[in-house]
Design a protein. Structure first.
Lengths: 656, 261
C-alpha cells in the first residue's frame, strides 16, 4: 500500500485508504439486517473495496468502463462505487424504482459493460432488456435470494466476485495500488443522470475534484466531523445522496447508516438518531402531516398542551435557535415546552440528536420550514443541481431566512443574468454531459458560468431567493408575472393538498388542478362521517371540494398582498380523479410536476376550466405497478374560487 | 420451477372416512402428497376441504382409513404431535394473538423447538437466554423472507387483513415445517395481496423446499401455482391430477366450475 497519508487526498479511493489507515477501527457503514445493526469499519470497507475492485479486474473491467448500480442504499453498493473508481471506471447509479424500459435509455447511453443489481427484481429487469443492450457483459447481484436458478454464466454473486478478487489480490498484490496511483483528480468519478424534467435524461459527468471540493466546502461550512451519523435512504442515483452519503462521508470520515428496507425508514431513523440529516421537503411535509393527524386523534389535554406550546414555539422558537435575544418569559415557556412537547416530539421523529438538517430539491413551504426550526431542529435549505454537485448556496447558521436559500457556498461564484436567470461558477461544475458536447455548450456560457435555468434575485443582505424555473416564469395576458411553482408550493403546504398544477401563461386568469392527500383528506372525511369508496370517489365529494375551496381562497388572500403576484390568484380549480404519478409520466422520479406533459394529457380539462364549464367528463389511461394498463374515468366538477379584486394592487404597482 | 425436484410420496391417505354422528364429512377418500410439491384441495362449500386438512394434522380422527406419513402408519394422534413431526398450518379465519406484536406472534411458532423449561425461561438466564437468541435469529430470517420488517413491533390487531395472513404464514414457517397446510391463504384479499401471497408461497416451496397442501377458492391461483389438484364434492373425491386434467374433467366442471343448464 502506498503511504496514502502523505499523498494528496484528491480521489475517492485515496480518501478511503487514508481513512482505513487513520481511523480503521471506526465505523464507516451500518446496515440493519435480520433486525440487528451490522457494522463495517473503515478497514473492513477498504478490504471489501479491494476485493470488489480486484474481482472486477479479473472479470475484465478496464479503465474508462462504466458500471451501472441499481438498488436501494446498501453498503456493498456504496463500496462498489469506490471499487469502480479504484480501477479508473465510472459508476452510474440508476433510480431503482424505474421499470426496465425506462432504464434502457440510460444503460444504452452510458454503454455499460457491467451492472451491479441489488436483488432478483433488478436482475430480472436487466434480463428483460438485455437483448437491446449488446454492451452489457456481466451482471453482479448483491442479494442471493431467489437467484439459485439463474445459471447464466454472465450472472455473478457478489460474494463470488469478492472471492475472485481476493485470489487476484494474492496473485498480484501490487495491482490495485498501482491502479489507484494512476487515478487523477480530474478523472470523472461518477455519472449521474438528470431526472429529465425536459426531454431525455442526460448523463452528468462529475470529477473527483468537483465532488471532493463540494464535500469539503460543505463539511467546513457546517463543521462536520468524523463523529456524524447520517441515514442514507434517498435514491443513490440522486445527486444529494451522492454528496451527503458518499462524498461528504468519504471526506469527513463519518458513518453512513442504511435502513433495513424502504418501509422501515421511520423506525430506523429513530433507532439511529442521526446528527446530520437530509430530506426533500416532501419527507418533512409527510412527517408533519402524520404528526398533525395523530394529534387530532389525541386526548383533549394533549391537544391543548400541544397547541399551546406550538404557539409559544412559533413566537420565539426560531429566534432562540438563531441565538437572537428573546424575553425571559418566552425563554421559560419555551424551556417548559421543550420538556413537555418539543423534546418528545423530536424523539418520536428520530431527530433528537440532529445538529444540521438540510432540505432541497423543491421549495419548502415557509410555515413548514418554520415549524421544524421552531421546535429546535436546525433545518436549513441549500440550493444546487446535479450539474453543480448540489452545492451552490447554503444557509449559514443563525442567518436563516425562510424564503431564501442562503448565501453562495465557499468557493462558489453566483451571478444573476439580465433575464433573472441564476448563473454559477466554481470547482463543483460538471465536466460535461456524457457524449453530449452540444448540451454542454448550451448550458455553460462563454464566461464559464453554468446556466441553472432558475430565476431568482439577491436580497439586500446577499441571500439568494429563487422564484421559479426561468422558463416556467410566464406572463398573464395582462403582462403580470406568473410563477406557477410559487403558487403550487403555497397550495401544497395545506396538508389536504398533495400536488397542484397551475396554468395561466398567456391567459387572463390562473386556474389549477388539485390532487388531494388521500391520508389527510380520508382522515378528515372519516371524522365527519363522510363515506367514500375510493380515491376518485373521495376526490369528487362536494364536502372535499368545499374544503379545497377554502384552501384556495386562503392563498388568494395571501397572494393579493404580494404586489407583483396579486394577479395570480386562482380563479377556477378542479380536483383530479387520480393521483399524479411518475409511472404515468406525470411526475419525474423526484416527483416534480411535468407541466408540458400534463397540459397535453389533460387538455380537455384545461379547456373546460377556461371555457367556463361546470363539469367535464374525462377518461385517463393509468399504468399499474406490474406494468398493466387500465382506464379510469370520472365526471369532474369545476369550481370558482372567490378572488379579491386587484384594483388596489394594480394601482399601487402603477404608482411604483 | 426449474430447479425443484418433486420427490417420493411422503403422505399417503388411504380410504379415509370421517363422520360426525350421522353426517358424513368425508367418504372413502384416497390421495397422496409428494415431497416438495404444491398440492391443492378444491371443492364447493361444504365439500370437506377443511375437514381433510384437520385430518392431516390430527385435529379430527377418521373412523376408517389409513394415514401413512413418511412411511409410517399413523396411530391416533393430537395436533401438537403433528407439529412435532414437522406439519405446520394456517387457518381459514386468522388465528393470531391480536394484542401481541408480530414478532411475539411469530416467536410462538418456535414453541415446539424450545428445550428450556418454564422456570429457566422465567429467570431468563443461561440456556433460556441462549435459546431465545437462537429462536429470535430464526424468526428474523422468516421476517426477512416474508418482507414484514416494517411491522415487526406492531400489534397484529392493527394490521390490515392481507398482512395478518402473511404474519400467520410467518408463524407457520417459524416452526421450520417440512409440510405446510394452508387453509384459504388468499381468501378476502385484493389482487395485489393475492399476487404477493402467491409469490411467497412459491418462494417457500422453491427455496425452503417445503411441501405445501393448500385449500383455495380462487381457481386462477390454484391452476397457476399447484402441481396437482384433488377435487372434493360432498365429501367424495371426484377428481385428482394436474391442473389441466382437472380443468378438463367433466364431473369437476359440472360440480365446481359450473355447467350450462
Amino acid at each position: 500500500m502506498p503511504d496514502t497519508a502523505s499523498r494528496a487526498l484528491d480521489t475517492f479511493p485515496r480518501l478511503l485508504f487514508y481513512h482505513a489507515q487513520v481511523r480503521g477501527e471506526r465505523v464507516a457503514m451500518r446496515e440493519k439486517d435480520l433486525g440487528i445493526w451490522q457494522s463495517w469499519t473503515w478497514a473492513d470497507v477498504a478490504e471489501h473495496v479491494r476485493a470488489l475492485a480486484c474481482g472486477l479486474a479479473a472479470l475484465g473491467f478496464k479503465r474508462g468502463d462504466n458500471l451501472a448500480i441499481i438498488g436501494d442504499n446498501r453498503p456493498r453498493l456504496y463500496m462498489m462505487m469506490t471499487a469502480v473508481q479504484c480501477l479508473g471506471g465510472v459508476p452510474v447509479p440508476l433510480y431503482q424504482d424505474a421499470v426496465g424500459a425506462e432504464m434502457l435509455f440510460v444503460l444504452q447511453d452510458a454503454g455499460v459493460r457491467f451492472a451491479l443489481a441489488e436483488d432478483q427484481e433488478q436482475v430480472d429487469k436487466l434480463l428483460e432488456i438485455k437483448e437491446q443492450l449488446p454492451s452489457l457483459e456481466h451482471i453482479v447481484y448483491d442479494d442471493p435470494r431467489g437467484m439459485r436458478h439463474y445459471t447464466q454464466p454472465f450472472i455473478h454473486d457478489i460474494e463470488e466476485l469478492m472471492a475472485m478478487g481476493r485470489i487476484h489480490h494474492q496473485n498480484h498484490p501490487d495491482f490495485l495500488d498501482a491502479e489507484v496511483e494512476q487515478g487523477r483528480t480530474d478523472d470523472v468519478s461518477v455519472m449521474l443522470y438528470t431526472s429529465g424534467t425536459t426531454g431525455k435524461p442526460k448523463g452528468v459527468c462529475q470529477t473527483h475534484h468537483a465532488f471532493i471540493s463540494s464535500a469539503r466546502g460543505g463539511c467546513e461550512f457546517d463543521k462536520l466531523s468524523d463523529r456524524e451519523d447520517i441515514l442514507s435512504y434517498l435514491p443513490m442515483a440522486w445527486v444529494g445522496d451522492h454528496l451527503f452519503s458518499f462524498a461528504q462521508a468519504q471526506v469527513a470520515g463519518f458513518t453512513i447508516n442504511c435502513p433495513e428496507s424502504g418501509d422501515t425508514v421511520m423506525t430506523d431513523l429513530r433507532e439511529i438518531g442521526p446528527t446530520y440529516y437530509f430530506a426533500p421537503p416532501r419527507v418533512f411535509e409527510n412527517l408533519l402531516t402524520q404528526v398533525m393527524i395523530r394529534m387530532e386523534d389525541a386526548s383533549a389535554i394533549k391537544q391543548k398542551l400541544f397547541h399551546y406550546f406550538m404557539a409559544v414555539a412559533r413566537r420565539c422558537g426560531a429566534e432562540i435557535l438563531d441565538g437572537k435575544s428573546v424575553g425571559f418569559g418566552d425563554r421559560l415557556a419555551y424551556a417548559l415546552g421543550n420538556l413537555l412537547v418539543y423534546g418528545p416530539l423530536k424523539n418520536v421523529l428520530g431527530m433528537s440528536r440532529i445538529r444540521v438538517a438540510y432540505t432541497a430539491g423543491a421549495a419548502i413551504g415557509p410555515d413548514l420550514f418554520r415549524f421544524y426550526r421552531s421546535i429546535g431542529i436546525n433545518l436549513k435549505q441549500l440550493y444546487g443541481q446535479t450539474e453543480t454537485c448540489a452545492y451552490v448556496c447554503l444557509q449559514p447558521d443563525g442567518q436563516i431566512k425562510l424564503d431564501s436559500v442562503g448565501m453562495p457556498a465557499p468557493g462558489v461564484e453566483v451571478r444573476i443574468a439580465d433575464n433573472g436567470e441564476i448563473l454559477v461558477k466554481g470547482p463543483m461544475l460538471l465536466k460535461g454531459y456524457y457524449k453530449r458536447p452540444d448540451a454542454t455548450a448550451e448550458s455553460i456560457n462563454a464566461d464559464g458560468y453554468f446556466m441553472t435555468g432558475d430565476a431568482g434575485f439577491f436580497d439586500d443582505e446577499g441571500h439568494l431567493k429563487i422564484i421559479d424555473r426561468a422558463k416556467d416564469v410566464g406572463k398573464l395576458a395582462n403582462g403580470a408575472m406568473f410563477a406557477p411553482n410559487y403558487i403550487e408550493n403555497k397550495l401544497k403546504f395545506f396538508p389536504y393538498i398533495k400536488e397542484a398544477v397551475c396554468f395561466g401563461h398567456d391567459r387572463d386568469q390562473v386556474c389549477a388542478f388539485i390532487n388531494i392527500d388521500v391520508g389527510a383528506v380520508g382522515n378528515w372525511a372519516e371524522r365527519r362521517g363522510i363515506a367514500y369508496s375510493g380515491y376518485a370517489d373521495l376526490a369528487g365529494k362536494k364536502e372535499v371540494y368545499d374544503l379545497i375551496q377554502e384552501c384556495v381562497e386562503k392563498i388568494n388572500t395571501e397572494l393579493v398582498q404580494e404586489g407583483m403576484l396579486a394577479d395570480s390568484q386562482v380563479h377556477r380549480f378542479l380536483v383530479l380523479h387520480k393521483e399524479l404519478d411518475p409511472d404515468d409520466d406525470e411526475l419525474t422520479r423526484t416527483r416534480k410536476v411535468r407541466r408540458g406533459f400534463i397540459s397535453e394529457k389533460y387538455a380537455v380539462l384545461i379547456n373546460a376550466l377556461y371555457g367556463g364549464k361546470a363539469s367535464q367528463y374525462i377518461e385517463t389511461e393509468v399504468k399499474f405497478e406490474d406494468g398493466r394498463r387500465g382506464k379510469v374515468a370520472a365526471d369532474l366538477q369545476i369550481r370558482d374560487a372567490r378572488t379579491i379584486p386587484v384594483v388596489k394592487a394594480a394601482a399601487s404597482r402603477k404608482a411604483a | 420451477m426449474n430447479g425443484r425436484q418433486i420427490g417420493d410420496v411422503i403422505l399417503d391417505l388411504q380410504n379415509i372416512s370421517l363422520r360426525f354422528g350421522g353426517v358424513k364429512a368425508l367418504t372413502n377418500i384416497s390421495f397422496d402428497v409428494r415431497e416438495h410439491e404444491i398440492r391443492a384441495i378444491i371443492g364447493p362449500n361444504g365439500a370437506g376441504k377443511s375437514s381433510m386438512l384437520n385430518v392431516i394434522n390430527g385435529v379430527y380422527h377418521p373412523q376408517e382409513g389409513r394415514i401413512v406419513f413418511h412411511g409410517e402408519e399413523r396411530r391416533r394422534m393430537e395436533p401438537h404431535m403433528a407439529a412435532m413431526q414437522g406439519i405446520a398450518r394456517t387457518f381459514q379465519n386468522i388465528a393470531l394473538f391480536k394484542g401481541m406484536s408480530v414478532l411475539d406472534n411469530i416467536m410462538t411458532g418456535r414453541i415446539t423447538k424450545m428445550k428450556s423449561n418454564f422456570i429457566e425461561q422465567a429467570i431468563h438466564i443461561g440456556r433460556a437466554q441462549r435459546e431465545e437468541l437462537e429462536h429470535r435469529k430464526k424468526v428474523e430470517e422468516v421476517i426477512d423472507f416474508l418482507e414484514i420488517q416494517h411491522i415487526r413491533k406492531t400489534p397484529v390487531g392493527r394490521l390490515p387483513y392481507g398482512l395478518q395472513k402473511r404474519v400467520e404464514l410467518a408463524r407457520a414457517l417459524a416452526a421450520e415445517p417440512s409440510m405446510l397446510l394452508l387453509d384459504e391463504p388468499m381468501a378476502g384479499m385484493n389482487v395485489e395481496e393475492k399476487q404477493d401471497m402467491c409469490r411467497f408461497i412459491l418462494d417457500v416451496n422453491d427455496q425452503l423446499g417445503t411441501t405445501i397442501v393448500l385449500i383455495e377458492h380462487d381457481m386462477g391461483v390454484v391452476m397457476d401455482i399447484s402441481d396437482r389438484v384433488v377435487v372434493l364434492d360432498y365429501g367424495k373425491k371426484i377428481g385428482d391430477g394436474t391442473p389441466d386434467d382437472v380443468r378438463n374433467n367433466e364431473e369437476v366442471i359440472s360440480a365446481y366450475l359450473g355447467v350450462a343448464h
